[in-house]
Write a protein that binds this ligand. Structure first.
Ligand SMILES: Cc1ncc(COP(=O)(O)O)c(C=O)c1O
Length: 385
């Protein structure tokens, strides 16, 4: 039966290899393990999953999550379940953070370029969004300090410190420390979007932002969307006890009784059984292979006609063409050749990224990635003519 309304966010034209969507691959979801976990969680007519949950989140889930995060080498911050709060994904956490910690008219700094929806999320909350330049180390401290010295006082700095979306860059340790120092000096909160932190390939990323926080300046957002399944809508906030109490004490969390309690009861079983760790291992291996395939295809076809870095983890390639290319104009031609991507200007309101585009290697198989890059190269040839 055909429905009038869409089923999913994913919307791909027939015949197009769409390398624009930063979504996980349909073939990589561990469905059998999720079913098994659901069977265990719901066995014996247990009502636990069906009740309203605790406002901070389902206690056993928070404990399992804490154990998992402290054991994961790419995370490795020792804390306590009291430092964690259950969310229905990072996006929900951002919105709730705005409700609890900002007022309309406050200002928020974001990296330029950044996650393409975040500026709209902040604007929907009446915040004034100001872009901070980025460089090969991620956020440009000089530009940030210049703005602060000019007297601009943000309520938040939103940053994606590890395997950034869209650039793939990770902010070095030293810069992370300096960011926290600036947050203390100028009294703002760092919203660290760390949804890709656990998706490292060969080497470990720098420690997450909470590792550097001594004075309640960091609110970190994690998610099972990129490491399990986004449809389950389970994520977490990691922060100081004081800040977590503010989330847990909110009327919203109390009224709804834990966000999203039912799914977290199931994910808890997967954390306890070790299935999440196995899934993470499989994802790292497959995504690294797909990234290698994309790298080779880009090198083979484009060689020196574009600039890009090989990602050390995460989901993305960020390509820079020479200044005569406008990737928004290239896109309709690419679609005719059966491939799509996200143009650079989607990731910043500044309009400074005409020459850039973002590709994702997570959604498609290796042979489709090769084919997609080949189509892009042909479309680029057509565009130049
Ligand atoms: C940087 C970043 N943050 C957050 C999200 C959304 O996360 P969630 O599904 O946990 O809401 C995405 C999804 O693409 C993302 O790339």
């Amino acid at each position: 039966m055909k429905y009038e309304l869409p089923e999913l966010l994913l919307d791909i034209e027939d015949g197009v290899i769409d390398l624009g969507w930063g979504h996980p691959s349909s073939t990589l979801y561990p469905s059998a393990e999720v079913i098994n976990a659901a069977n265990i969680a719901l066995a014996g007519q247990s009502a636990t999953a069906f009740h309203y949950g605790a406002a901070q989140g389902f206690g056993p889930f928070l404990e399992s999550l804490n154990l998992f995060l402290s054991k994961e080498e790419s995370y490795g911050v020792t804390s306590s379940p009291k430092n964690l709060f259950l969310t229905a994904g990072a996006s929900q956490g951002f919105d709730m953070t705005c409700t609890l910690f900002s007022e309309p008219g406050d200002c928020v700094f974001v990296e330029e370029p950044t996650y393409f929806v975040i500026e709209k999320i902040f604007r929907e909350r009446g915040l004034d969004v100001i872009g901070v330049k980025t460089n090969s180390d991620g956020i440009c401290l000089q530009d940030l300090e210049d703005k602060l010295k000019k007297g601009i006082r943000p309520r938040f700095l939103y940053s994606i410190p590890t395997y950034q979306n869209p650039t793939g860059i990770s902010v070095p340790r030293k810069t992370r420390m300096e960011l926290v120092q600036l947050a203390e000096k100028y009294n703002f909160l760092i919203l660290a979007d760390e949804v890709y932190q656990l998706l490292n390939f060969d080497s470990l990323p720098p420690e997450p932002m909470m590792h550097f926080d001594k004075n309640n300046r960091v609110i970190s957002f994690g998610s099972f969307s990129k490491i399990l399944a986004p449809g389950m809508r389970v994520g977490w906030i990691h922060s100081s006890e004081e800040i977590i109490e503010k989330f847990a004490g909110s009327a919203y969390a109390f009224s709804g009784g834990g966000l999203n309690h039912f799914s977290s009861v199931i994910v808890n079983e997967m954390l306890k059984s070790g299935d999440i760790e196995i899934n993470l291992f499989n994802l790292r291996t497959t995504l690294k292979n797909r990234s290698d395939v994309m790298y080779d295809a880009l090198q083979n076809h484009f060689s020196s006609q574009i600039q890009f870095n090989k990602p050390e983890g995460g989901y993305y390639y960020w390509l820079k063409f020479n200044e005569t290319v406008n990737t928004e104009h290239l896109l309709p031609i690419a679609r005719k050749y059966g491939v799509a991507y996200r143009p650079g200007n989607a990731f910043s309101e500044s309009g400074n990224f005409d020459q850039y585009l973002r590709l994702t290697y997570t959604l498609y198989r290796s042979d489709e990635i090769e084919e997609g890059v080949e189509r892009l190269y042909k479309a680029y040839g057509r565009y130049l003519r």
